[in-house]
Write a protein that binds this ligand. Sequence first.
Ligand code: SAH
Length: 515
Amino acid sequence: MSQKQFTPSLLISRPSVGHHHLIVGPNNLAISRCMKSIEVGALPILISPFTPENMIAGVKFIQKDFEECDLVTWGTEKNSGYVDLVFFTGDHTSQLAQDISSACHRHRIPINVVDSPSLSSFTLLSSHHDGPLQFGISTSRIGRPLANRIKSEIVSRIPPRLGNACSLLAYFREHLTAEEKRSRLNHISEFWPLNKICSLTVYDIEGLLQDYTLLPLSKQATRVENPGRISLVGSGPGDPKLLTVAALEAINSADVVLADKLVPSSILDLVPRRSTVHIARKFPGNTANAQQELLVLGLTAVKEGKNVIRLKQGDPYIFGRGGEEMSFFEDNGFKPIVIPGITSALSAGIFSVIPLTIRGAADQVLIATGTGENGSVPQAPEYIISRTTVFLMALHRLEILVANLITNGWPQDLACAVVERASCRDQRIVRTRLQDVVGAMKVLGNRPPGLLIVGRACEVLRKCQAKWVVEEGFDGFPIVDSPYETDDENYRNSEFIEEEKQPSQLLQTTGAVVV
Ligand code: SAH
């Protein structure tokens, strides 16, 4: 089969503020075209004999059948009534589609007929908009799904806030008159890594335009090749095997590691010897200071161009101050990369054989804290019989917490479990009931970090026949050698399985691997 010679279309970008777009069609697609026109500052004029169901503000609606004279009536005076663009969103096989298309061609008005390239004089691109940054993809009639997919692929590869960076650079470009400074700005646009450009603030650019000496290119390259970077990395509940691949890569490439006190030594052991490690000096009464100290250390190192990771127990955004750290670094001009971790709140159930949701006992989970702001007692959550509640930071104030729950209607004989050092070799589980948990922990003592799981789910797979039962230790995950060869051929086939998602075909084409 010979391929047809392909002639590309001219891709243009058309400022449309104040333009008059004529949209002909009764359906929801017509409304979404109207929305697009409004988005680019044009006035949509919708012509249809029927009132659309989801009419929106900003549309001029004319209830009638389309006539050729509409093309030269509804435009601006400046254009002698000619409209600027026409969209037909009805049935492209209809006589009306043919007629509108020929009328537009006669009047030289650009027209788009949905699903009909042959009746259209222009097509719409699958486009991405981020402030002043816009781009569109055309696959020249192969179709939207592929164009959309290529667009998403590109969007996922460009750094976030690139549109913002474009606005910032445009602002400076507009206001700079000195030729030398303009060429410095061009140099930044042309050669700096995009993610470095995205992290620039107004002050950075002002500083750069003052101080930037025109170094030979090679030297400038080394100056910008290693921009500082900060990542907030979740380290999981404890066992190093529960680190994500992304977290491990971050640890391996770090210059500076700022770790929470809770991160166990088996994970800190993975930090390369060349990296500097600081551990938060958090102890009662010094938490805020220690936190601030760590953030300032991090910022200084990032500014020096270092690759800094803030290693946090569990997941950074679950009671880990990840949100606050994010805004601290953003406010200082560095947008952190955040790498999720397995939170202790959700994984402690696995290690204590408590399915947090299970049919017949629990259909919802609540993650709560046992310690309120500045050490206060937090408000007791409402008791819901089908809910499992996981209290973090609760064990040092267990007595007050449990008393508060019982006062607020939680049953005294409700099953609960204390899970300490989940996934670590010295893990301990205490299964009991609300009325006995305080007594049990007084006898047994604490082994931090630990949390409290409360709810009927606690006794579904493991019953507690005594006042309390203690289970010690976690043996780690077994080392299992793969029975399969990991050659290229197998990898290729497994990718194919993912793509095709057709089991019958899959068995035929990849039988050797599946069996
Ligand atoms: N970001 C963390 C939670 C930090 S708050 C996460 O997502 O897991 C600190 C609390 O987490 C501790 O007081 C304790 O309640 C809980 N915790 C952390 N690691 C734990 C572990 N391995 N076992 C049990 N509880 C743990």
